[in-house]
Ligand binder design. Sequence first.
Ligand SMILES: [Zn+2]
Length: 295
Amino acid sequence: MAPFQGACAIAHNGPQGFRPGLWSTITGSGMTADIQQFIETHALPADVVTARTREIYDALLRRSRCLGCDNSNGGNFSRLDAADLRLMFELYDALVFDGRIQSLLGGTPLSFRLSKRMTRVAGQASRRVVRNRQRKPVRTEYEIAVSTTLLFQTFEEDHRPVVMSGIECRDRLEALQRVFEHELVHVVEMLLWVESRCTAARFQSIARRFFAHTDHRHQLITPYEMAVTKFGIRPGDRVVFAYEGRRREGFVNRITRRATVLVKDGRGRRYTDGGRYAAFYVPMEKLTRVERPEK
Ligand SMILES: [Zn+2]
């Protein structure tokens, strides 16, 4: 089994000022207390979880303008739209939570975003407090983001088994559901308690009772794993590539969606090893690994 990448499928301290807020949580109303009790105590039997998540799977393929358009691939969709995440939210809220998440949200916005730049985390749930010029909180917003980079490079041909939240997933849509369920638990926790950590017992209890998750990590194939298994390239390796018709040689400094290759260049930026380098952002398939020169 390939090593885990991304110990946590979520990063709360996202960019653009999204962070666990300092503003008050929703407290005091009887409705909230009832929902809190439901979230803390309700448990769905495993066969019910399987049936409901399958129902959501089928409804997504049937109702999405995007996911169902290449029917031959079933759940291995090749296009995804943020509207599909909203549809997913509506289905999960209706079938698993009987509309309670929308009740908690009231008029508070929850938005959905697809990210190509998330290359280690599969999903991210954020809570953001918007403040006025006097730094007074004026409103709170929530967001769920999903990494399309990880989803689309997993479930290519001959892929290794993919286990998400402890559940083996057969296709891309099942994996997306597991990511979404994980992020939904974060949103529920943030709505009720502000703080949410998937390494903590409360999170894991909710994820187990509502979604039969037995782990909080994902095994989607990251660009890093792909670089190692498919191209045999790791950070630190010497590589050659062609750029503007010239052969360039350097070493791999970092792997995200592409590899950052540093090539010695007297006019380049100075790096911590004292050398000056020009940085190139090169697709993995354009790189060839070369043996290190004798020292
Ligand atoms: Zn998490």
